[in-house]
Design a protein around this ligand. Structure first.
Ligand SMILES: Nc1ncnc2c1ncn2[C@@H]1O[C@H](COP(=O)(O)OP(=O)(O)OP(=O)(O)O)[C@@H](O)[C@H]1O
Length: 443
């Protein structure tokens, strides 16, 4: 990336800065492979020539809307251009036909209203300011004109704004391909309405994002020969299972657990729940609340969203019984049993939680499945007791499996209620795959 050959005394350059990443300055001296630079904030810095980059002094003060127009396409040049545009409330910038979005972390409703959609409808790519509607519009037109399916990939680190972007893309596609005057709710409405349900079960508060999707999602919008939406399917990938039984400060488990603990008193009583602090799967972290989120309200809204996507009351009750059973399962503790390397339930409290979790199945079978392992041999099955640590591990494995199956079941249910069109002529797929975090220690 570096072009050290061009750097001479008097060159305007970018040099690394510990606080603001890159700072501009002027080279005042060159000594072997080092350059002395006076930065624009008045500091004198000595840096290796190979680590400094030329600055385009003729670049427009408001930046460029397509990064391919930059004289130097290097990291400081790109970041500087995005920063200037961001300071002018321009959160979108192109690099060729790729759209870069910088998360504004505040609502900008004027960017996404119906007037904006109307402006982008049919406009050539690059004719108007960079916008995700331009990407969606190009995609839709390519599908119609070339009679072929299209995909949009939304990628970025956690908290970058992928899910919000995906929702806006879907809104635009619904605006273009939505049917008007049909009876009942349209496919596109149903897809958008399924978001709160998926988020309740698949999103959690993380260090980077209070509403982080812990699964990847591929939304497939199906179109008929007239370019109208005729069906849709949501496919999910890689739900983060470990979160169900392991959370650490300042993160939370999946939203649905806290919602259920904050449900109206009759529901809390029915599922034998209470303060989230009582539950092992929730109290490993001290974070129980998310700022500006009312879990009690979210519970009612999730129930309402479930009604809308076609999950009936009986099914909703079954779903929440499973969620509650997982919390009870997590509170079952084990101590050493009478035999060597065996385990038994620790106390009456553990018996209560086992019994409650077992309301979904058989109590004895559940206890055996946690405290014993069945080994299949050619001579028949051998049952081996498990020590308390191994029993806790099998409890956690069960919780994770039950939760991920519950999640898959909910996704299937949403899909069957939205309805797929087996005669669809083409599809537009939007892939929103969750951001991977880079920690000092990756677990
Ligand atoms: N275009 C936008 N306008 C306003 N706010 C936004 C926009 N994009 C993102 N945000 C804000 O940033 C937050 C995080 O965005 P989002 O959940 O879409 O990130 P993500 O990339 O999907 O993260 P993760 O991978 O963790 O799920 C949102 O809750 C919202 O508050």
């Amino acid at each position: 990336m570096g072009t050290p050959v061009n750097i001479i005394v008097g060159s305007h350059v970018w040099v690394e800065d510990p606080e603001i990443a890159w700072i501009d300055g002027e080279v005042t001296e060159i000594n072997g492979s080092n350059a002395t630079i006076i930065t624009s904030n008045g500091r004198t810095v000595v840096a290796e020539i190979s680590s400094i980059y030329p600055k385009d002094t003729e670049a427009p003060p408001a930046g460029v809307d397509d990064m391919t127009k930059l004289a130097y396409l290097h990291e400081p040049g790109v970041l500087h251009n995005l920063a200037i545009r961001f300071s002018l409330n321009e959160i979108y910038t192109y690099t060729g036909n790729i759209l870069i979005a910088v998360n504004p972390f505040r609502r900008l409703p004027h960017l996404y209203d119906i007037h904006m959609m109307q402006q982008y409808k049919g406009a050539a790519f690059g004719e108007l300011s960079p916008h995700l509607f331009a990407v969606a519009d190009t995609c839709y037109r390519a599908m119609i004109n070339e009679n072929g399916s299209q995909s949009i990939l939304v990628s970025g680190e956690s908290g970058a704004g992928k899910t919000e972007t995906t929702k806006m893309l879907m809104r635009y596609l619904a605006f273009m391909g939505g049917r008007s005057g049909t009876e009942g709710r349209t496919v596109e409405q149903q897809v958008l309405e399924s978001n709160p349900v998926l988020e309740a079960f698949g999103n959690a508060k993380t260090v980077k994002n209070n509403n982080s999707s812990r699964f990847g999602k591929f939304v497939e919008i199906q179109f008929d020969k007239n370019g109208k939406i005729s069906g849709a399917a949501i496919r999910t990938y890689l739900l983060e299972r470990s979160r169900v039984c392991q959370v650490s400060d300042p993160e939370r488990n999946y939203h649905c657990f806290y919602m259920l603990c904050s449900a109206p008193p009759e529901d809390v009583k029915k599922y034998k729940l209470g303060d989230p602090k009582q539950f092992h799967y929730l109290n490993q972290s001290n974070c129980y609340q998310v700022s500006n989120v009312d879990d009690a309200k979210e519970y009612l809204e999730t129930r309402n969203a479930m009604d809308i996507v076609g999950i009936n009351q009986e099914e909703q009750d079954a779903i929440f019984r499973v969620v509650a059973a997982i919390l009870h399962l997590g509170n079952i503790e084990f101590v050493k049993g009478n035999e060597v390397d065996s385990s038994k339930l620790k106390n009456e409290k553990s018996v209560f939680h086992l019994r409650t979790a077992a309301e979904l199945c058989d109590e004895k079978a559940l206890e055996d499945s946690l405290c014993k392992r069945v080994i299949v041999t050619p001579d028949g099955n051998i049952t081996k007791p498990l020590d308390p640590d191994a029993a806790s591990l099998s409890r956690d494995a069960l919780a994770k499996t039950v939760y991920s199956r519950l999640f898959d079941w909910i996704v299937d249910k949403i899909n069957s209620s939205i309805g797929q069109d087996s005669n669809a002529v083409s599809i537009i797929g939007v892939l929103d795959i969750y951001g991977f975090e880079s920690f000092k220690i990756n677990r």
